[in-house]
Write a new protein. Sequence first.
Length: 432
Amino acid sequence: MKILITGASGFIGSHLTQAMLKQGHQVMACVRNVNALPAASKLTIIKVDFTHDHSSSDWLPRLNGIDLVINCVGIIQQTGSQSFEALHTAAPIALFDASVTAGVKQVIQISALGAEADAISQYHRTKQQADAHLMSLPLNWNILLPSIVYGTGAKSMALFRAVASLPLIPLIDKGDQAIQPIHIDDVIRVVEAIIADDNIQQQRFELVGPQAITFKQLYSQLRPWLGLGRARFISLPYTLALIAGRSAGFLPQTPINKDSVQMLRNGNTADVEPLIKQFSFTPMSFEQSLQNAPAQQADRWHAGLYFLKPLLRLSIAFLWIFTAIVSCFFYPVDSSYAMLAMVGISGIWASFILYGAAAVDLVIGIALLLSYRIRLVGIIQISIILLYMLVITLSLAEQWLHPFGPISKNIPLLMAISIMLVLERKQWTTKP
């Protein structure tokens, strides 16, 4: 079978891609970044811009000979042009319309549990709009509505593990909101069963684990899995949690935002019996999945560094911005010129270097704050610091012996920037 999978580099999409390849299918993987997937036989990687490909004519050339479409595109947080409306609604609707024209035999839509027209979160409402449009089309469609899906590379569970590793674990209200997480392997089993059975058509399936657990129970299970001590909790009123989510949402790549707080508070559960009856298997419990995959050192590091990652970037941004402001407005200009004169810079060049360097510092800080071109900005930072150290070493070598360490302090700063570059890589995956 020839299968087109959108969002093939994401968590669910990448797992489905590998599963379909193992089944011997030919897969057309639609991704934003063609380097996000490893090359494989029977795999064709197609670059797709889901923020702009909103016409059926954009998709028709990609559907030539396609038997099955699996739409896995989804985001938790909106960033720039990557909006819920664009990725959850406009792009899938164009894809579904094109599937009708191209004569695609079957479409599987990976939606989300709670995707209803009256849902609180925009995440769910935009998912539902695509679901409703698909249901109106003359297609063999099936819609999967999974609860929180976990497994290797799951971002949501990575957040929960990080929260569980905190000395004091914050709970929204009492932490009694219930969720019913399902393992990615069970999601794949459902997809494989649908593909194998032509009688499964035009149905919606809620994909959940066998039991509901509260967030307090979830953290209480994750903490010993990470090899940490007894969980200690602190109750965070929903109003305060929502304010924190809204504030964090203004910055890119932050783990908490308004929608995620709303979804956490509402919980995410459904009856598992229809799933068991339809597909003749019982999904793996969350507790069993932890027993099957003991935590490794990398899991503990990832949990501990999860919240430190954005804080490291923001702290380095603060350093550059603060330095720029102090250099321009607070530190005595005459003292700055005197230091520049000590390295042979004077006259008009002194003003140019002083304010030009401050402008560069400010731009670097803002770029870090907005998480813009992190790798390039990191290389620029390291280059500037090394150049600064070289000039000082050649002209004012005695500064190495200064008790305040104006030069030697750059060594840990270089290490911090290097660590930031590693942590900001987008290819890392985690479990479970």
